[in-house]
Design a protein around this ligand. Structure first.
Ligand SMILES: [Mn+2]
Length: 268
């Protein structure tokens, strides 16, 4: 009985199948948790979601920016969007919508005496883990109860700084941007969503460097995807990056929570 967290699949279904075979995934015993961005760009987004829905009892996921993009397309009844077209023109796009819309932005997994916090982009230092969970709950509730409002107002880089007084679309957008798009923060805690590379940029700090402060206990971990340019490297033992750029010709990577063993398959 093992739990695996899998990095950004982005429609790389062949690689997912190979990875699942490599780890000997047994749906009646094991659990797969996707770190977001299941779909888009790769050729098999529909097959990836069909796999997840088929095994939904043993599959969980947090939402990534590309998953939210798919939700917004289904919500607005669009039928054409490059690699997402097969989902949009399928017999029942609402099947995919219903499965994805119930997924959180942050997942807390307890295993023996360890705690794993999973979010697609990460968890910023200015929220405690409990606060992140609370904001996730608030956002998920609004996403389920008023999907068109949340999904049609989520695009944009502003606001750039957290303030408890933020309300409605500004609040939702900031929460979504932190959990699904964040890479760098400046020294004042402002989100910078423009810079994507892994080189050191003056005045900017990768979010996880500061979020190391949140980890008060050696048995606590943050696991994230989203940032392919890092190739999984954070140089912080308890913060594990899983986006190894499969869709860009890199690898699809999973970590087994019980022993932190990494499993990868190359892009086919
Ligand atoms: Mn992403």
């Amino acid at each position: 009985m093992s739990t695996y967290v899998i990095g950004d699949v982005q429609g790389c279904y062949k690689e997912l199948k190979k990875l699942v075979k490599k780890i000997n995934f047994n749906p009646s015993e094991d659990r797969l948790v996707f770190a977001g961005d299941l779909v888009n760009r790769g050729p098999g987004s529909k097959e990836v979601l069909d796999f997840c829905i088929k095994h939904s009892k043993s599959v969980d996921a947090v939402l990534g920016n590309h998953d939210l993009y798919l939700l917004s397309l289904i919500q607005s009844n669009q039928k054409k969007a490059k690699t997402l077209t097969p989902i949009l023109t399928s017999k029942n796009p609402s099947k995919y919508f219903k499965w994805l819309i119930r997924k959180p932005l942050v997942l807390k997994i307890k295993k023996n005496d360890e705690i794993f916090w999973i979010s697609h982009a990460g968890i910023p230092y200015f929220w405690s883990f409990e606060k992140a969970l609370e904001l996730n709950k608030e956002l998920s509730k609004n996403l389920r109860e008023n999907p068109s409002f949340v999904l049609s107002n989520m695009w944009g880089d502003r606001p750039i700084k957290w303030n408890e007084k933020l309300t409605n679309e500004k609040r939702f957008r900031f929460i979504i941007n932190c959990f699904t798009r964040m890479r760098y923060l400046d020294t004042k805690g402002n989100l910078n969503l423009k810079v994507k590379d892994a080189k050191l940029t003056k005045g900017l700090v990768p979010w996880f460097v500061k979020s190391n402060e949140l980890i008060k206990n050696p048995n606590e971990y943050i696991i994230f995807g989203h940032w392919a340019a890092l190739n999984g490297k954070t140089k912080i033992a308890n913060i594990i990056g899983l986006d190894t750029g499969c869709v860009w010709g890199g690898k699809l990577t999973a970590v087994r929570l019980e022993d932190k063993k990494i499993f990868s398959v190359k892009r086919l």
